[in-house]
Design a protein around this ligand. Structure first.
Ligand code: S3P
Length: 170
């Protein structure tokens, strides 16, 4: 039987990787993080790929990884926050997956991203302003999903529980 993938999309700092691992563990499914795949493939960190090769290069590798991941079945996929900026990526992921959007308010995103130095798009300028602008630019892309969860104020267990109930309803 073909088992659908569970694909988590959403802005940086919404917990896609942490929650994805938890869901995979609970449902005994495999787990893939597209950013980790990109880092392994390139032998560089995301920050180094951005600084040495540029964002366009990163996006091209990201799209290649999406194609490969979309051929798998029965896995949980945590994606990078910008994966939705190429419509084709979401089309691929949807072929064999349920797309779940994790969304959060700006304060939650700011808090969750403030300590990390591996998010090149949030390393400069007024970060709050940048988050607000990027959320605005991307909001219609994130709406292109099957289910949406506002994770603000929820812990990992709670978010994982909601995802699992969506999947059981399918
Ligand atoms: C990005 C999000 C990051 C990573 C890269 C670009 C984005 O992933 O793919 O820094 O454009 O939103 P996370 O959402 O896992 O932080």
């Amino acid at each position: 039987m073909n088992k659908k993938n569970i694909v988590l999309i959403g802005f940086m700092g919404t917990g896609k990787s942490t929650v994805g691992k938890k869901v995979a563990q609970k449902l005994r499914m495999g787990f893939i993080d597209t950013d980790e795949c990109i880092e392994q493939q390139e032998g560089l960190t995301i920050s180094d790929i951005f600084s040495q090769k540029g964002e366009e290069y990163f996006r091209n590798i990201e799209s290649e990884v999406v194609k490969v991941v979309s051929c798998r079945e029965g896995i949980v996929v945590a994606t990078g926050g910008g994966i939705v900026t190429r419509k084709q990526n979401v089309e691929y992921l949807r072929k064999n997956g349920v797309i779940i959007h994790l969304k959060a308010d700006v304060d939650t995103i700011l808090r969750n991203t403030s300590k990390s130095t591996d998010r090149p798009l949030l390393q400069y300028g007024d970060v709050r302003k940048r988050i607000v602008e990027m959320l605005e630019q991307r909001k219609q892309h994130y709406r292109n999903c099957d289910h949406e969860i506002d994770v603000s104020g929820l812990d990992v267990e709670q978010v994982a529980g909601r995802i699992i109930s969506f999947v059981h309803e399918e």
